[in-house]
Design a protein around this ligand. Sequence first.
Ligand code: AHM
Ligand code: MG
Length: 340
Amino acid sequence: MTIKSKKLVTLDEYIIQSQNRFPGATGELSQLLRDIGLAAKIISREVNKAGITNILGNDGSTNVHGESVKRLDLFADQQLISALDRSLITCMVISEENDGIVKLNSEGGKYIVYLDPLDGSSNIDVNVSIGSIFSIYMRQPRFGKELVEEDALQPGTRQVAAGYVLYGSSTIMAYTTGMGVSAFTLDPSIGEFILSNDNYQIPTHGRIYSINEGSYNSWEPGLKKYIKYCQKDDAETGRPYSARYIGSMVADLHRTLVQGGIFIYPSSKKYPEGKLRLMYECNPHSFIIEQAGGMAIDGKKRILEIEPHSIHQRTPIFVGSPENVKMVKSFMEEYAEEPA
Ligand code: AHM
Ligand code: MG
C-alpha cells in the first residue's frame, strides 16, 4: 500500500530551511520570527475566546494617540514584547501602545522591532478581523552607545523583515525577508502555522477600491475624481469596481494582496497627515506589497523611501496593484492645482 500525503511545512521548519540557504546566517533573525509566531498563536487563542474571558472592552486608559486602549491591545502588546525580550536578540521595541522606545534586557541585541500589537481596535468588540503588524530593522552604526530613539528612525527600505498576523476567519501569518512573501495558516487543532503560500503575487490590476468614503468631502480633488472613475461603467477595465472596506488595515491589505485593487487612507480634514502610522503600519505593509509586485506611495513618492522624523509619525497611503496605484497618482497630479 502506498500512502500519498501532502508534506505539511510548519512555520518553524520553513524559517529554518530558509536560513539554511545562507551558510553564514547566525539564526538570530530566524529566532526572532519564530518568537513572533509564538506570540501570535497566544494572541490568536485569546482573540478567539475574547467574548468569554472578560478581555473585551476598554482598559480605561488612552494611548499616545489619545485613543482609548482596549484590554486585548494591551494583552497583545505584552505578549509580543515579552516574546522578543526572552530571546535576547532585540535591543528595543517601538509599539503603538507605548509613547517612547521600550529598551529590552538585551541592550546589545542587534535588532529593532516596530509593532502594532493589535490593529483595527474599533473592530475588536464586534468580532470583525483584526491583526498584528511587525517591522524589523538592524540596529545601525552607533553600536555600543546608549540606545536612543534616533537609532530606530530608519527608512522602510532598510527593513530586514516585516509581516502581519491576520486574526480572521482563520489566522494567517504573512512575512517577507526581502525574497518574496510567504504565508502560513494556523491549524488550531495542532497549534502550528502551516505553509499555505510561499510566493504571493498581487494581480497587476484589480477591481476593488478600499477607502473610508465618509471623509469624501475633505479629500483632494484628484482623489475625488479617481473614486468617481472607479464607480463609472467601463467593460474593458471591469468598472464599476467593487467597494470593500473592513476598517482593519491588516484585513484590507491581505484582501488587496490576494485579489488586487487599491487600499487608500488619504489625508483629510480630520487627519491632515493621514491617519496611519508610517513605521508600524505603512512601511511593513508597503514592503510586503512591493515584494508581491505591487506599489505603495504617499500620493507622490514611495512610502519606503520616506525619511522618518518621529517614531509615531503618520502618512497618507495608496497601496495595491501597480496599475491602480499609477492611475490614482496620475489623477492626483492632473488635478493638483484645482481648488478643493
Ligand atoms: P488603530 O491602530 O487604532 O486600530 O487604527 C488603525 C486602523 C486601521 O487598521 C484602519 O485601516 C483604519 O484605522 C481605519 O480607520 P477609519 O475608521 O478612520 O476608517
Ligand atoms: Mg494600528
